[in-house]
Design a protein around this ligand. Structure first.
Ligand SMILES: O=P(O)(O)OC[C@H]1O[C@](O)(COP(=O)(O)O)[C@@H](O)[C@@H]1O
Ligand SMILES: [Mg+2]
Ligand SMILES: [Mg+2]
Length: 320
């Protein structure tokens, strides 16, 4: 751990959680430096194995996981649940918190120099490891992400607004730049992996068909589309200029609940988005009212500008 604090302007960070956030920031400064070396450093994008979900594990997935696990041992974290680990690890038996992490989000973008990130979520630790995570997402104490993009930033909520901190490369510290982020209520942008169109359910197809119909369609305006392939980058764009993101369930084997994991990805992103006046649902229920039933369980995720999320939810209701 560096001698200087890794995140300054900490007045909005609850004192008890500061060591956790500070440790996450300290590691992310090192992760950002590793990423910035690109092909000058070690080969980060090569496949080194598979995780429990059968996803390809890249060298940087494993390295980032090891780096966060190591640093969080001294940050009052009792239970550590990682997308890259099969079971929950005990870090500090006396620790107060249970931390879930997607150490490296957007793995397919590692070797193409496109934005990637880290997503995290913290609960109070219970005596049982798994029970600390398999509970309503609304019980999170904090949730957020670090984006390794053209600039590196931390976006985080503690339940009273969503804040943004940016890493100053000169001082190597995260500095508060926005106290209360707000998702624009409406926008003309949607994000979905349209290559799966033929596998989608009727409500999702209907909604996207309406967007594609543009001015002449029922929504009466032209839309734009984006798909980065890194959830953190899509989230940051939507927090900044609005829009909607959809990773729905679809008809492919293994995609019955979509692709994204509840505790490592959907819950923290939903927390950040709701605290910025946006919406996040699985199509029927707000994500924050759901609980994962297994550690690596997935859920459909639809989030963004409140008005757009409501429109998709309405399609789901109509089709019931
Ligand atoms: O390749 P697809 O099916 O479009 O999926 C893209 C999604 O998968 C993810 O990369 C999954 O995250 P990981 O990289 O952590 O496995 C998301 O960041 C992204 O939104
Ligand atoms: Mg991910
Ligand atoms: Mg990942």
């Amino acid at each position: 751990m560096p001698s200087q604090p890794s995140v300054i302007s900490p007045d909005l960070i609850p004192a008890e959680l500061y060591p956790v956030i500070n440790a996450l920031c300290a590691v992310s400064i090192d992760v950002a430096a590793v990423i910035a070396k690109g092909p000058l450093g070690q080969s980060l994008g090569s496949q080194v194995g598979e995780n429990t979900d059968g996803d390809a594990q890249k060298a940087l997935d494993v390295l980032a996981d090891e780096m966060f696990e190591g640093a969080l041992r001294e940050a009052n974290v009792r239970w550590y649940a990682s997308e890259e680990q099969e079971t929950v690890l005990t870090l500090d038996p006396a620790g107060k918190y249970a931390l879930a992490i997607d150490p490296l989000d957007g793995s397919s973008n590692i070797d193409v120099n496109v934005s990637i990130g880290t997503i995290f979520s913290v609960f109070d630790a219970k005596d049982e490891a798994e029970a600390s995570f398999l509970r309503p997402a609304r019980e999170q104490l904090t949730g957020g992400y670090i984006l390794y993009g053209p600039s590196c930033c931390l976006v985080v909520t503690f339940g009273s607004g969503t804040q943004q901190y940016v890493l100053d490369p000169d001082t190597k510290q995260f500095v508060l730049v926005e106290k209360a982020m707000s998702v624009p209520a409406t926008s003309k942008e949607f994000a979905i992996n349209a290559s799966n169109y033929r596998h989608w359910s009727k409500p999702v197809r209907t909604y996207i068909d309406e967007c594609l119909a543009g001015k002449e369609g029922p929504r009466g305006k032209d839309f734009n589309m984006r798909w980065v392939g890194s959830l953190v980058a899509e989230t940051h764009r939507i927090l900044t200029r609005g829009g909607i993101f959809l990773y729905p369930r679809d008809g492919r084997p293994g995609y019955e609940n979509g692709r994204l994991r509840m505790i490592y990805e959907c819950a923290p992103i939903a927390f950040v988005i709701e605290q910025a006046q946006g919406g996040a649902t699985d199509g029927e229920t707000p994500i924050l009212d759901l609980a994962a039933d297994t550690l690596h369980g997935r859920t459909p995720l639809i989030f963004g500008s409140a008005e757009k999320v409501a429109a998709v939810a309405a399609h789901h209701e109509l089709s019931e």
